[in-house]
Ligand binder design. Structure first.
Ligand SMILES: C[S@@+](CC[C@H](N)C(=O)[O-])C[C@H]1O[C@@H](n2cnc3c(N)ncnc32)[C@H](O)[C@@H]1O
Length: 483
């Protein structure tokens, strides 16, 4: 572990000294801020258990310890670049800072709930929510930034998520026509002081005026979330910043506006050391209930910093009827792909039972959870997972499609060696042995490593296997593993 250069520290800490009186152990806080942040990730529950992932990583020379408070979470050493490893490209895990895994834990999710993630990109929390819903039902993931939405869709594709509609727009204007939701996450844009261990250069941009500007947007987002929440529903408001102006003060203002229709709930996480919310700041005294907010200081658990408030809407206020869902288009012949793919790859028929096919673009087809009820508004950037390109000859499975369906393929599936795996991810052609191709006919094949699908390749009669791994797919560099 290398300590950050000392020259960075004074500027970094100077930007945080106004919080000194809020922190129980200032020297420990300063020390934590100066240390690199451990890498954290969670195991994709649809593909591998956390214990099995830890064993797999150990086999690759990467030590991983379970998180004390989240069964699927693992902590690795600082500096591990998970995105460059084959297991990451295969969607076995998602990298997410430990503190950042907290808000979704407090959403109290259960399958069947209708959920909105108002500021969703790049989607780590969206993916956590999607799996907590069993990858079924209706999750709407919204963000304002087009570029960040691309990253969001890439992550959802890599992880195999089919229950999410992605929308783009100002969350503060999220349309009433979308209906109400049982759970809403407002992981608000903020000054990100809690990420300074990872991005120390941000210290130069921080000041109170920035926090006050952001607070206006945060209030607007939280206000909209209250409006879109069903009576009795839950809202989690979170930021990765320390500034009370963006945290308790925002929550206090919205609670006051709602005049009793909204209440704060105690936020506790067994196994994680947390601190109560601030109740007095900059000459303002807040209601003592604001102490029920939760703060995560970096020195308490060797994490980044986070703030979470859990809010519940009065169950007795009138609710809105659920709007009719958008109609998902299917064109004649689209359903034939189920039979064609089942036949080619020897997939079990039952695989498709909880899924339906939808045509959203001319390029091909999406797979969507059968019980997904997307709202009519706002217009969707995408729903479910783009799995089959049909506008090319021959049509082919996408990489996301191969990862989602490939583990159940019994034909035209080719297991690679470690060297071949790295060549495949680097988009190089390779020559499989006669034994490897004994079961495959020329044409498209799903390639696997240790039984986990990596994507699609073309096996040519010449004996060459051509990689179809996308050049820049979902943050995976496609380069041989590096730590
Ligand atoms: C803290 S990040 C969200 C991180 C995300 N929840 C995750 O776990 O990956 C805040 C997000 O809010 C988005 N954002 C900023 N202003 C917004 C607005 N008015 N409406 C919706 N999203 C907004 C930003 O583009 C950014 O992606």
């Amino acid at each position: 572990m290398t300590a950050r250069r000392r020259t960075d520290l004074p500027a970094l800490l100077a930007s945080l000294t106004r919080y000194r009186d809020l922190i129980d152990d200032w020297p420990a806080f300063c020390e934590a801020i100066a240390r690199p942040l451990p890498t954290c990730l969670w195991a994709n529950p649809a593909r591998i258990a956390a214990g099995a992932l830890a064993e797999l990583l150990a086999g690759e020379g990467i030590a991983a310890a379970p998180l004390a408070w989240r069964a699927d979470g693992l902590r690795l050493a600082p500096g591990v670049r998970s995105g460059r490893h084959w297991w990451y490209c295969a969607g076995l895990a998602h990298a997410q800072e430990e503190a950042s895994q907290l808000p979704v834990t407090l959403l109290d999710l259960a399958p069947g709930q209708r959920v909105l993630d108002l500021c969703a990109a790049p989607g780590g929390k969206t993916a956590q929510i999607a799996f907590a819903l069993g990858n079924r039902g209706t999750l709407v993931a919204n963000d304002l930034a087009a570029e960040r939405i691309k990253a969001l869709v890439g992550n959802l594709d890599r992880l195999g998520i089919v229950n999410t509609t992605v929308t783009r727009g100002d969350g503060a204007n999220f349309p009433t026509a979308a209906g109400q939701f049982d759970r809403i996450l407002v992981d608000a844009p903020c000054s990100s002081e809690g990420t300074l261990r990872r991005n120390p250069d941000r210290a130069a941009d921080l000041d109170v005026a920035l926090s006050e500007r952001l607070a206006a947007r945060q209030r607007a987002l939280l206000r909209k979330a209250v409006q879109r929440c069903r009576p009795g529903g839950r809202i989690v408001y979170s930021t990765c910043t320390f500034a009370p102006e963006e945290n308790e003060l925002v929550v206090a203002d919205i609670l006051a506006e709602q005049g009793g229709r909204l209440r704060l709930c105690a936020a506790e996480v067994p196994g994680l050391k947390t601190a109560p919310g601030v109740t007095a700041w900059a000459g303002r005294t807040l209601d003592p209930s604001l102490a029920q907010c939760l703060r995560l200081w970096p020195h308490d658990n060797d994490t980044g910093g986070f703030f979470v408030a859990v809010l519940e809407k009065d169950p007795t206020v009138p609710g809105e009827p659920e709007p009719a869902p958008a109609v998902l288009a299917v064109e004649p012949g689209d359903e034939d792909w189920v039979e064609a793919l089942t036949d080619r790859y020897g997939l079990p028929e039952g695989l498709w039972r909880d899924l339906r096919i939808q045509r959203q673009t001319r390029r091909g087809l999406h797979l969507v959870a059968a019980d997904h009820r997307p709202p009519v508004a706002p217009g969707a950037e995408g729903r479910g997972l783009f799995f089959q390109r049909t506008n090319i000859r021959p049509p082919k499975l996408t990489t996301a499609g191969a990862l989602l369906l490939g583990s159940q393929a019994t034909r035209h599936r080719l297991e690679l060696t470690a060297t071949q795996r790295d060549a495949y991810l680097a988009r190089e052609d390779l020559v499989p042995s006669a034994q490897q191709v004994a079961e495959a006919a020329p044409g498209q094949v799903i390639v696997t490593y240790r039984g986990f699908p990596l994507g699609l390749a073309i096996w040519h009669r010449s004996g060459t296997l051509a990689s179809l791994f996308p050049s820049r797919w979902s943050g995976c560099a496609g380069a041989p593993a590096a730590r």
